[in-house]
Design a protein around this ligand. Structure first.
Ligand code: AHR
Length: 500
């Protein structure tokens, strides 16, 4: 099969915001306890942070990590999670029916973000709590000293303020499962008031208001419109959440789900701009896709897992090679929408529907989905170009006709190079790609990373951590002048890096 693409360095979508490659740690299952934090583990440092996990997080170069939830945040008392560990209360976490010892809390998370080379995106509780807790929390975190909450932080040994810039106003408040679930009107008003106090404290804070839990919610997209009508002037981003899956074991359809993500983004952009027009506003609300991934194997509650335990093995999906292809396609979609999607968080980071897995007391390893995320984070920062591509289409159950070729290109204005990310969705045919590279000088192929596998259900595990991983393809991509040719294997993820 043949595929074509055209790029020109002058035809640009946007500069990427680094935060497009963010992730998420929730107090859920073994994300924290047994994941990033396991005192006594042979690889743990004096603070209990697993260094093997820190190495993998640093490898992914995740610029921002959302914390502490998720559903967990809607019952979270932030005061429980700071100060002397021995004085912290053990609480029942009703969202995940677990026992929360609070031995890892906000103070530890902030230390962990430094060790991991990342920055926080802190969610506030708008379920059981509200404006009062939000204003106290921001004072604890960000005020230098000389006030009640900032002095308390200093008494906990944290002299300098944390300086947390990015805040989420609650989580999935449209969902009936959420503790303190609200109507759009109730949530919009509360989010607006919470946003006001955060901005009174510091107008430079960036605030994310909660959109729908997914685009199948009966209240989508009226939820977004109502919430924004209440809070437009006080907030900066609107959140989107979506998880994709291969429930019917229909691979063609599953590979098309990035089309669903694209449609979702476009609908939310339209809704934001509708409210902008209605308000005669000059301000544009951008998007924070702060929960996205493949997630369909595990469910909650899981009858096999006992409630009220610390760090139960909840929603630990083992990812297959086909999941990695889909994650690659979803990353391509996020990049293509980089003009409006400024923040995105792969949900989640460790053990819980995550690219990094651990065993308690044992090793840490990379799941299949680790690799496309790594590649996009490493080579996908720069100027996203407007790729025009052509390839045959195939029909899908849910997403209409989908092209076999899914591709995006990101240029570096600094080096004059360009990276092409491409998925061949065909299950049996190679795709012979022919591209035109306008506006670049003397490009050569530096590297062609390729991920394929004879078994779409192949996985990585503690005993076989390298079953699915990328290789460097040789001789499959070449440049002659402004012409690129490349062979994309059936069912493959490809990163073709070009530089002068
Ligand atoms: O990421 C797991 C859960 O999915 C989050 O807690 C919640 O926000 C979403 O429904």
């Amino acid at each position: 099969m043949k595929g074509k693409f055209y790029i020109d360095n002058a035809y640009r979508i946007a500069e990427t915001d680094d935060r497009l490659f963010g992730s998420f740690i929730e107090h859920l299952g073994r994300a924290v306890y047994g994941g990033i934090y396991e005192p006594g583990h042979p690889a743990a440092d004096a603070r209990g942070f697993r260094k093997d996990v820190l190495d993998l997080v640093r490898e992914l170069d995740v610029p921002v990590v959302r914390y502490p939830g998720g559903n967990y945040v809607s019952g979270f008392n932030w005061e429980d999670s700071v100060g002397p560990q021995e004085k912290r209360p053990r609480r029942l976490d009703l969202a995940w029916r677990s026992l929360e010892p609070n031995t890892f809390g906000l103070d530890e998370f902030m230390k962990w973000t430094k060790a991991a080379g990342t920055s926080p995106m802190l969610a506030i509780n708008l379920g059981t709590r509200g404006i009062d807790a939000a204003r106290n929390l921001v004072e604890y975190c960000n005020h230098p000293g000389g006030s009640y909450w900032s002095d308390l932080r200093q008494s906990h040994g944290v002299e300098s303020p944390y300086g947390i810039k990015l805040w989420c106003l609650g989580n999935e408040m449209d969902g009936p499962w959420q503790i303190g679930h609200k109507t759009a009107d109730e949530y919009g008003k509360l989010a607006n008031e919470a946003a006001k106090v955060l901005k009174y404290f510091d107008p430079s804070l960036e605030l994310v208001v909660s959109g729908s839990s997914n685009n199948q919610m009966p209240t989508f997209p009226a939820w977004e419109a109502t919430v924004l009508e209440e809070s437009y002037d006080a907030v900066d981003y609107l959140s989107l959440h979506s998880y994709y899956g291969n429930r019917d074991n229909d691979l063609g359809n599953f590979l098309g789900c990035s089309q669903g993500m694209d449609d979702f983004i476009k609908s939310v952009v339209s809704t934001c701009d509708f409210v902008k027009a209605k308000k005669r506003s000059k301000k544009t609300i951008n998007l924070s896709f702060d929960e996205w991934n493949v997630w369909f194997r595990s469910t909650f509650p899981d009858p096999a897992i006992e409630a009220w335990k610390v760090g139960p093995a909840l929603i630990e999906d083992t990812y297959t090679f086909e999941d990695a292809l889909v994650v690659g396609s979803l990353l391509i979609t996020l990049l293509k929408n980089a003009d409006r999607v400024k923040i995105a968080c792969l949900a989640q980071l460790v053990n819980v529907i995550a690219p990094i897995m651990t065993e308690n007391g044992g090793p840490a390893w990379r799941q299949t989905i680790f690799y496309p995320f790594l590649h996009a984070s490493k080579y996908g920062r720069g100027t996203v170009l407007d790729v025009r591509s052509e390839s045959p289409l195939y029909p899908t159950k849910q997403f209409g006709e989908v092209p076999y070729l899914d591709a995006v290109a990101v240029a570096s204005q600094r080096t004059g190079g360009v990276s092409l990310f491409a998925v061949n969705r065909s299950q049996d045919e190679r795709l012979e790609l022919e591209g035109r590279l306008g506006g670049f000088q003397g490009l050569k192929v530096v590297e062609h990373l390729e991920m394929t596998h004879r078994n779409v259900k192949a996985v990585n595990s503690a005993s076989k951590p390298n079953e699915v991983m990328p290789v460097t393809a040789s001789g499959k991509a070449r440049v002659d002048g402004d012409r690129l040719t490349a062979t994309l294997e059936p069912l493959s993820w490809n990163v073709i890096r070009l530089a002068p």
